[in-house]
Structure formats: C-alpha cells, structure tokens
Design a protein around this ligand. Structure first.
Ligand SMILES: Nc1ncnc2c1ncn2[C@@H]1O[C@H](COP(=O)(O)OP(=O)(O)OP(=O)(O)O)[C@@H](O)[C@H]1O
Length: 261
C-alpha cells in the first residue's frame, strides 16, 4: 500500500518579469489502487503540478510538502523519485536520437530495480507488453520517439509504465492525440497496471471520454493553481456540460475581469 501525499504545495517559475507563482497551495492524496482525475482550464497549472512532483528543474517549490510513503519527495533527485516509485507520462514526450527504445527501456529498468533484468524474461515481458499495446516489434529498434506519431509516443509512455511498474503514475494528457482505438488500448494498459500492481493514478485530462475506460474514484477541479472542488465521477460529466465558468469567476480577482470596449 503506497500513498503520495501533497500538502500546501506552492510552485513558481522564473519569467522575464521575475518569479511567477503557478501553484497556489495544492492538497491531494493518491493511494494505491485509486484513480484521481484532474480537470481544469488551459493554463491552470496541471502540467506544472505533474512536473513539480517529477522534479523538473524549471519549477521552484516555494512551499508545502510532497511525500511518498512518508519519504520527502522534494528532497530527492529526479532519478531517486523514479526509483522511489513515481512515474510521469509526459504531455509532450521528447525525442531521444541515437537511443533505441529497447536500450532505453532496459537501461531504465536496470536503474530502477538496481540490477539488470534477466535477458530471457525481459525479452518476453517487452514483447508481451508491446503486443498488448498493439505496438509493432520494429519500434523496439527505433530511436526513442524519433519520428513517432503523437499516438505512438503516448503508447510508448504507457509501455514504459507497464514495464517499470511504478507505485504512482502521473498521466499528463495521455489521451490527447489518440484515435478511438488507441484510446481503448492505452486505457487497457493503465487498467492492467492497476489490476496487477495496485497502481495509484493521477490522470490529467480535458476529456471525459478517457474516464469511460479508466474509471476515476475522485475528480478534482483545478483552477488558478489549486484544487477548487472535488467529487466523484459525476463531477466530470457536470464539467463537460457546464464548463469551468462558475469556478473561473470565483477564482479571478476583480482586476482580472474582462474590460468591455
Ligand atoms: N516561463 C514561463 N513564463 C511565464 N509563464 C509561464 C512560464 N512557464 C509556465 N508559465 C505559465 O504557467 C501556467 C500554467 O501552465 P501549465 O502548463 O501548468 O498549465 P496546464 O493547466 O497544464 O495547461 P493546459 O491544459 O493548456 O495543458 C500557464 O499560464 C503558463 O503560461
């Protein structure tokens, strides 16, 4: 049983005009086996939350705590966070020219487990995971994400997740850019990981369609750098119908109100 606990997290980024506060006190707890969906308008800070937990150097944590099973995540380096059991599927996966998928996966697995996986089982596991995600085996010998389509990149993120077996996975808009079939395949991958290893999932999305396949236990509305409302799956349907207007007017200071011409 694992618990990712975020308390009062505040984060800023350096801009030309000095530091800008993006996260304004995030409280969120994700336990093994739970799926938490985070939905919110563009620019509200959802990716900032994901990157801050993963340890991206662009973001400065100015307050609050993040712990995984009581261990201080913020004191860990990025690779220590991965070894501790955190995984981030990126919104925009990066290309790594010169490194094959096969090499990348085996190196990551070795770094995380502290020893190289047994070759025969590893080859079988990779083949099976790629088959489940309907990835052509030739992808294993291609360079990481180089020339991959948007949907292929997202499948590769889930392939990593299935093989590295994290405790908590943060999926940042993994559903964007997926066609209907790929959405189902990727969702099945997430559900397999949930069933086999009791994975905790933090799922950032703009669309309720993925939530038909990956059932959330909790839905959080994220506006202006913090969670402003939480509920069950019915909250996602309500957001789809009503949008974020009622949260935006409540969150914006009067000075930010649009000026009429
Ligand atoms: N270097 C920077 N300078 C100025 N603003 C920045 C910088 N980096 C990030 N931001 C701002 O931080 C805010 C939060 O961005 P973030 O990507 O976390 O939002 P998001 O909720 O994930 O958005 P989306 O749904 O569009 O993916 C945005 O308004 C963005 O412009």
């Amino acid at each position: 049983m694992s618990t990712l606990e975020i308390k009062g997290l505040t984060v800023s980024v350096e801009t030309e005009d000095g530091p800008k506060e993006i996260l304004r006190g995030v409280d969120l707890t994700v336990k093994s086996g739970e799926t938490h969906a985070i939905m919110g308008p563009n620019g509200s800070g959802k990716s900032t939350l994901a990157y801050s937990i993963a340890g991206h150097p662009k973001y400065t944590v100015t307050g609050g705590t993040v712990t995984l099973d009581g261990e201080d995540v913020l004191a860990m380096s990025v690779d220590e966070r991965a070894r501790a059991g955190l995984f981030l599927a990126m919104q925009y996966p990066v290309e790594v020219p010169g490194v094959t998928v096969s090499n990348f996966l085996r190196t990551a697995k070795t770094a995380i487990d502290g020893e190289a996986p047994k070759l025969r089982t590893w080859v079988k596991d990779v083949k099976e995971a790629m088959g489940n995600l309907r990835m052509d085996p030739v992808f294993a010998e291609r360079n990481v994400n180089e020339g991959f389509s948007g949907g292929e990149k997202k499948r590769h993120e889930i392939l990593q997740m299935e093989l590295l077996k994290p405790k908590v996975a943060i999926l940042d808009e993994t559903d964007s850019g997926l066609d209907v079939d790929a959405l189902k395949i990727v969702s099945e991958g997430v559900n397999r990981a949930k069933d086999s290893s009791d994975l905790g999932v933090l799922l950032i999305t703009h669309y309720t369609r993925i939530l038909r396949y990956i059932k959330p236990d909790f839905v959080h509305v994220f506006v202006d750098g913090k969670v402003v409302e939480q509920g069950g799956p019915e909250l996602a349907d309500r957001l789809e119908d009503e949008g974020y207007d009622r949260f935006l007017t409540a969150a914006q200071p009067a000075s930010a109100a649009p000026v009429e011409a």
